[in-house]
Design a protein around this ligand. Structure first.
Ligand SMILES: [Zn+2]
Length: 145
């Protein structure tokens, strides 16, 4: 079985953790732009977004559809794609919830940041199986300039 991996620059991960901490105690969300590769994906840019969920933002996030479309179009113009959807879990582990599973799409990476008492504790990336039965954790390969 070939294991997929997300290749991402350290500074982008730090930007994600930063946003997750600033959004605490609410969930943050954002999109990672990059390219799909033979072995997964490669990230180029992080676009932080506003959590547009109107209630229960401690446990839920919502990305505005129009905003998603705009960012997808922008990525398209640069020959890139949305490769990952990011959100945080305030005071919960970085594991996908049943809700996450019910709302995810196969083919994208789902990055989850666990923020405990306002501090980013851990971060992991997940892919939904094609039959939607569960998530598989994906390797994250970081690099620095
Ligand atoms: Zn979640």
């Amino acid at each position: 079985m070939d294991e997929k991996a997300l290749k991402i620059e350290k500074s982008l991960l730090l930007a994600i953790e930063n946003q997750a901490e600033k959004s605490y105690p609410y969930e943050c969300c954002g999109l990672v732009l990059g390219n799909f590769t033979k072995n997964g994906s490669e990230a180029f840019e992080y676009v932080p977004l506003e959590n547009t969920k109107e209630e229960n933002r401690e446990r839920r996030f919502l990305i505005d559809q129009g905003e998603y479309q705009r960012i997808e179009d922008r990525a398209d113009e640069k020959g890139q794609s949305i490769v990952s959807i990011v959100h945080s879990h305030p005071d919960h582990p970085d594991k996908p919830s049943q809700f996450d599973q019910d709302h995810a799409w196969p083919g994208l990476s789902y990055i989850i940041v666990s923020v405990m008492k306002g501090k980013a504790k851990s971060l992991s990336s997940w892919q939904l199986k094609n039959d939607r039965s569960s998530f598989t954790q994906e390797k994250i390969n970081t690099w620095e300039h």
